[in-house]
Design a protein around this ligand. Structure first.
Ligand SMILES: NC(=O)c1ccc[n+]([C@@H]2O[C@H](COP(=O)([O-])OP(=O)(O)OC[C@H]3O[C@@H](n4cnc5c(N)ncnc54)[C@H](O)[C@@H]3O)[C@@H](O)[C@H]2O)c1
Length: 393
C-alpha cells in the first residue's frame, strides 16, 4: 500500500449500518478513503446503491468483489454469523478487513479466523469498536494503565438503557432470533460494553456465573442478564443488562486499591467520568490507620465533553465515534498511524465473556474459562432447532 494515496473500500452489506459508512466514504469525509465497491445479497439494496452511489461498482457475491482487484480494504456489515467467515475470505483474497461488532457469534469461529489472520501479518484486520473512542473510556483506560487506580478490586456495569420495545423485534429479519443473530442483548447491543468491560479490567476472566432471561417481549433470545465473574487476580465483576427497563441506567464503576472510577450518563456524548483517588492506597491505609471507622482521604476529578467539543464533533466530524474508527483504519493501512483502535482478535475477549454468560445460564453452572466451545455450539444448535420447530407450528 506504500504507493497508494487513498484506500479503496468495498463494503459487504449495505443495510442500516453499512449504508451510513458507504455515504460517509462516498461523500469524501475520510480524505484517505474512496468507496470503490459495495456488495449486498438484497436486490433492493443494490438498486438503492445504483441510484445513490454513482460510479461505485456493485456486487451480489462478496467473493467476486474480493477478486475484482478494485478494493484494498473491506468493511463487513452483515448479520453476525457471517462476520468471521467474510473476514477470513477477505484475508484469503489478500485484503485488509474491518468487521463490525461482534467479531462473531461463537468463539470457535472467531478463533479460527484469528489464527488464519496470523498467517497474513502484512494485512490489517480490525474490529469496529467505536465506543473505545469515547473520551471518558479513553480517560478511564489512561488512569488504569498509569497505575493510579491500583490493583483492581471490582468492576460493575449496569447497562439497562438499551431500551427496545416489541415493535423493534417485530420488524422481523435476523434480529431477536437464535438462527439470525445468535443471541439477544448480549450479541446485538452489548458487544461494546463487553469489550470495554474486558479492555478496561485488563485481566483475563477465569470464572462466570449468570442468568439470562427473556422479560416482557415475544422473542426467543435473552433481553435480561445478570452475570458475575472473577478475574485472574481474584477481582470480581458484575454485568447487568436489559432492553426492557424504562428508564434504564448506564453506570460503570471500577474500584481499585487507589480509588474508584465512575462513568455514567444518558447518552454517549453526555457521559461523565469521576475519578475519586485515595490519598493512600486502601490496603496501606487499613494496615496503618488507627482511627475507629477511619477512611482514606480522597480527591475527585471529573472528565466530560465540553459543549464546544460536542459542537465540533457533531458538525466537523460528521458524527461521533464511527468516523474516527474508519479514519484510523485508513491511516493504519496507509502507514500514517501505528495502532488500530480495535484489533479483530480483541473481539475474542468480549465474545468469550458473552459465550460464558450464555453457557452458564443454559447449564445452570459456574463456567470455568476457557469455555467448552463444542458444548457452547451444541447448546446453541439446540436453541436454533427449537426455534425452527416453533416457527413451523
Ligand atoms: N458499531 C455500531 O455502532 C453498530 C450499530 C448497529 C449495527 N452494527 C452492526 O452492523 C451489522 C449490520 O447491522 P444492520 O443494522 O446494518 O443490519 P441490516 O439487516 O440493516 O443490514 C445487513 C445487510 O447485510 C446484507 N447481507 C446479509 N448477508 C449478506 C451476504 N452474505 N453478503 C452480502 N450482503 C449480505 C443484507 O442484505 C442487509 O442489507 C451488524 O453486525 C450489527 O451488529 C454496528
Amino acid at each position: 500500500m506504500a504507493d497508494v494515496k487513498k484506500v479503496r473500500y468495498g463494503i459487504v452489506g449495505i443495510g442500516k449500518q453499512g449504508t451510513w459508512y458507504a455515504k460517509f466514504i462516498f461523500k469524501g469525509l475520510d480524505k484517505n478513503a474512496e468507496l470503490a465497491a459495495i456488495c449486498d445479497i438484497s436486490k433492493e439494496r443494490r438498486e438503492w446503491a445504483e441510484k445513490n452511489l454513482q460510479g461505485v461498482k456493485i456486487f451480489e457475491d462478496y467473493n467476486e468483489m474480493f477478486k475484482s482487484g478494485l478494493v484494498d480494504a473491506v468493511m463487513v456489515e452483515t448479520p453476525h454469523y457471517f462476520h468471521p467467515v467474510i473476514v477470513k475470505a477477505a484475508l484469503e483474497a489478500n485484503l485488509n478487513v474491518m468487521s463490525d461488532k461482534p467479531a462473531g457469534v461463537y468463539t470457535k469461529a472467531v478463533r479460527e479466523t484469528v489464527e488464519f489472520a496470523k498467517t497474513k501479518p502484512e494485512l490489517k484486520c480490525a474490529l469496529l469498536l467505536n465506543q473505545r473512542t469515547n473520551k471518558v473510556y479513553r480517560e478511564a483506560k489512561k488512569i488504569i494503565d498509569s497505575g493510579a487506580l491500583g490493583k483492581l478490586k471490582r468492576i460493575t456495569w449496569i447497562i439497562t438503557n438499551w431500551y427496545r420495545p416489541q415493535a423493534y423485534y417485530d420488524q422481523g429479519g435476523w434480529r431477536g432470533t437464535w438462527a439470525g443473530e445468535g443471541g439477544g442483548v448480549l450479541l446485538n447491543q452489548d458487544p461494546h460494553q463487553l469489550d470495554l468491560f474486558t479492555w478496561l479490567a485488563g485481566e483475563k476472566i477465569t470464572k462466570v456465573w449468570a442468568k439470562a432471561k427473556t422479560v416482557g417481549r415475544k422473542i426467543n433470545v435473552e433481553n435480561d442478564v445478570t452475570a458475575w465473574c472473577e478475574f485472574e487476580s481474584g477481582a470480581t465483576g458484575v454485568f447487568i443488562t436489559s432492553t426492557h427497563e424504562a428508564p434504564g441506567t448506564n453506570r460503570l464503576e471500577i474500584s481499585g486499591d487507589g480509588g474508584k472510577i465512575v462513568i455514567s450518563g444518558k447518552n454517549d456524548l453526555s457521559m461523565k467520568l469521576e475519578f475519586t483517588k485515595n490519598d493512600v492506597p486502601e490496603p496501606e491505609f487499613s494496615a496503618t490507620n488507627t482511627v475507629f471507622m477511619g477512611k482514606p482521604k480522597t480527591k475527585t476529578t471529573v472528565v466530560k465533553y465540553s459543549p464546544f467539543e460536542v459542537i465540533k464533533i457533531l458538525i466537523k466530524n460528521w458524527g461521533f465515534q464511527h468516523p474516527d474508527v474508519i479514519r484510523n483504519f485508513s491511516n493504519v493501512i496507509l502507514g500514517n498511524e501505528d495502532k488500530l483502535i480495535g484489533r479483530y482478535e480483541e473481539g475474542l475477549n468480549g465474545l468469550t465473556f458473552s459465550n460464558a454468560i450464555h453457557l452458564s445460564s443454559w447449564t445452570g453452572k459456574e463456567i470455568q474459562l476457557p469455555i467448552d466451545e463444542e458444548l457452547f455450539i451444541s447448546e446453541l444448535e439446540k436453541r436454533k432447532a427449537e426455534e425452527a420447530k416453533s416457527s413451523k407450528k
